[in-house]
Design a protein around this ligand. Structure first.
Ligand SMILES: NC(=O)c1ccc[n+]([C@@H]2O[C@H](COP(=O)([O-])OP(=O)(O)OC[C@H]3O[C@@H](n4cnc5c(N)ncnc54)[C@H](OP(=O)(O)O)[C@@H]3O)[C@@H](O)[C@H]2O)c1
Length: 215
C-alpha cells in the first residue's frame, strides 16, 4: 500500500519506519520536506521512504495518516485539499497543556477530524500506543492491542491490516463515536507513563480467547 503519513515527529517517523520495513510504500508529508532534519530522517529510515509536502504526499496514496499535534489538525487537513472518499487514520489526541483533553464526553477529536475532512472515511487508531513502541514492541511477551473506531467497514479493514502489519493486536471498538472513549484512554496511558513514572514500556491489551488475523 502507498501510505502518506502527515507529520515527521515521533509518531510519523515511527510509523514510516514500521510500515516501510513491512514492505509498504511510505511518504512522509512534512511542512519542510527538504529540511536537513527531514532529509536525515528519510535517509536514516531507508526502505524507500520519501518526504514531500502534505498535499504532494497524499497524491496517489491509498491511506492518509494524521500524526500532527492537535493544535495543527485543522490547518493540516485543509492543506491536503479534497479528501472526500479517502481513508484517513487519525492517530492524534486532542490534548491541551497540562496533560488534559481539549474536548470529550459528547464530542471527540476523531469526530472533529471527520467533520474537518469532509467526506473522508476516518478511522481513529494508533492514538493509545506510545510512539516509542511503534515497532510492534512486545510487552510481557504479548502484542499490544490497538483499538480502532470508525464508521466505514472497508476503511476499518484497511486500517486493521496495516496495524496488524506493524505487529499489533487489533481490536474493533465500534463506530467513530467510540473515539470519545479512546482519547481518554490515551490520556490515562500517558499519565501512567509520566506522572506515575511507569515509562514507555507500558501498553494497553484486551485479553481474550481468540483474535482476528490478516494473513
Ligand atoms: N508521542 C506519542 O507517543 C503519541 C502516541 C500516540 C498518539 N500521539 C498523537 O499523535 C500526534 C503526533 O504526536 P507526535 O508525538 O508525533 O508529535 P511531534 O513529535 O511533535 O510531531 C508532530 C509533527 O507534526 C508536524 N506538524 C504539522 N503542523 C505542525 C505544527 N503547527 N506544529 C508542530 N508540528 C506540526 C511536524 O512535522 P513537519 O514539521 O515535518 O511538518 C511535527 O514533526 C499528536 O496528536 C499526539 O497526541 C502521540
Amino acid at each position: 500500500m502507498r501510505i502518506a503519513v502527515i507529520g515527521s515527529g515521533s509518531v510519523g517517523s515511527g510509523l514510516a519506519r514500521g510500515w516501510s520495513a513491512a514492505g509498504h510504500s511510505v511518504v512522509i508529508g512534512s511542512r519542510s520536506p527538504e529540511s536537513e532534519r527531514v532529509t536525515a530522517l528519510v535517509a536514516e529510515i531507508g526502505n524507500g521512504v520519501e518526504a514531500a509536502t502534505p498535499p504532494d504526499s497524499v497524491a496517489g496514496a491509498d491511506v492518509i495518516v494524521l500524526a500532527v499535534p492537535w493544535s495543527a489538525v485543522e490547518e493540516s487537513i485543509s492543506s491536503l485539499g479534497d479528501v472526500s472518499g479517502r481513508v484517513i487514520i487519525d492517530a492524534t489526541n486532542p490534548f491541551v497543556r497540562g496533560l488534559d483533553l481539549a474536548l470529550g464526553h459528547t464530542w471527540s477529536g476523531g469526530e472533529q477530524v471527520a467533520e474537518l475532512a469532509s467526506g473522508a472515511r476516518v478511522v481513529k487508531a494508533l492514538n493509545v500506543v506510545d510512539a516509542r513502541l511503534l515497532d510492534g514492541h512486545l510487552l510481557d511477551g504479548r502484542q499490544i492491542s490497538i483499538p480502532i473506531a470508525g464508521d466505514d467497514a472497508d476503511a476499518k479493514q484497511v486500517a486493521s491490516k496495516l496495524i496488524y502489519d506493524l505487529g499489533f493486536d487489533v481490536v474493533d471498538a465500534g463506530a467513530l463515536v467510540s473515539s470519545r472513549l479512546l482519547e481518554p484512554l490515551a490520556l490515562l496511558m500517558i499519565r501512567l507513563s509520566m506522572k506515575k513514572s511507569l515509562g514507555a514500556e507500558i501498553g494497553f491489551r484486551v485479553l481474550r480467547e481468540s483474535r482476528a488475523t490478516f494473513d
